[in-house]
Ligand binder design. Structure first.
Ligand code: ATP
Length: 304
């Protein structure tokens, strides 16, 4: 289990993480979502002692990373795929890691097999594609057979096959009872992989919920109405107690009603309509809505 406790990280004037607290439990994939610059990488780096918190702390099974005797056996992390020595082979890279962490060398072959790099194990990692480097990063994370796994944007740069592979791997690892924490800036990706979600914006916690609950709360359904008389249409619907919101390009969105009701009311009051259709806002839209304020704030700052 990972416990983030009132974590704050400043880089000079920038408040990257702002009093963040949450827990990541074992046995499920927990997605870590936030727009670019929200503070995900900083939080993950703090989890493995790469970034010193300005205040607060992160505990892994009750200990700070620095206090863990053989950290690679406890926590495996894929943070930056490109952080490897180009002159080394995949095998050499992993063997070096294994030796310095008292992990049996036989484990190297096992993890290379798991990530599908056995055939290229003796090639220099410098010539690896991003997808291969990503797989090697995953192999390094798995080397110590750790209970806790951290993946920062693991699908970045992967082809569809690689994406599918990483999704299945994360689910499998969680299924084995491990704590799997994975960041992404795409809600749609998390909906396919994660069971639980931690959403942050501007370094602050915005949501700590199950994916199911997030979907139920945020997949807004409405009736999309395109009409040259939006004000009349709105009044007609309001007369029947139906709330509307303005959509893009003069479209009206009627909430909590049905296609039939809107159609009948339009006909009864002779309002011209070009289009009426049921719609459901995508999860991506829901996520963007949730984090909109955080993004707007940052945009404002950049303008000044
Ligand atoms: N080493 C650093 N020095 C100065 N500022 C930094 C440093 N690392 C991160 N920041 C700033 O801290 C904020 C949070 O960055 P972070 O990389 O943690 O966000 P993120 O959610 O991982 O975003 P992304 O998806 O873009 O990587 C950003 O404003 C970023 O510019």
């Amino acid at each position: 289990m990972i416990e983030v406790q009132k974590l704050t990280k400043r880089y000079g004037e920038t408040l990257a993480v702002d009093g963040l607290s949450f827990q990541v439990r074992p046995g499920r994939v927990t997605g870590f979502l936030g727009p670019n610059g929200a503070g995900k990488s900083t939080t993950m780096r703090a989890m493995i002692g790469l970034d010193r918190p300005s205040s607060g702390q992160v505990l892994i099974d009750g200990k700070r990373y620095e206090q863990i005797a053989q950290p690679l056996r406890k926590v495996g992390a894929l943070l930056e795929a490109k952080a490897l020595h180009g002159g080394r082979t995949a095998y050499g890279h992993l063997l070096g890691l294994a030796r310095s962490n008292r992990i049996p060398p036989s484990r190297v072959g096992e993890v290379l097999e798991t990530v599908g790099l056995s055939a290229t194990a003796k090639k220099r990692a410098g010539g690896f594609s991003l997808g291969m480097a990503q797989r090697l990063g995953v192999a390094a994370a798995l080397l110590g057979d750790p209970e806790v796994l951290l993946f920062d944007e693991p699908v970045n740069g992967l082809d569809p096959e690689g994406i599918l592979w990483i999704r299945e791997l994360m689910k499998k690892l969680a299924g084995e009872g491990r704590t799997v924490f994975v960041s992404s800036h795409l809600m749609s990706e998390m909906a396919l992989t994660a069971e639980h979600l931690i959403v942050i914006g501007q370094g602050r916690l915005l949501a700590d919920t199950t994916v199911e609950d997030f979907i139920a709360r945020n997949s807004r359904s409405y009736i999309h109405i395109r009409t040259p008389e939006p004000e009349r249409m709105r009044d007609v619907l309001a007369g029947d107690g139906i709330r509307t919101e303005k959509g893009p390009e003069g479209v009206l969105e009627a909430l909590g009603t049905t296609l039939e009701t809107v159609g009948k009311l339009a006909s009864k009051h002779q309002v011209t309509v070009y289009e009426i259709s049921p719609r459901t806002a995508s999860l991506e839209e829901a996520f963007m809505q949730l984090t909109a304020d955080a993004v707007d704030f940052r945009a404002d700052l950049e303008v000044r």
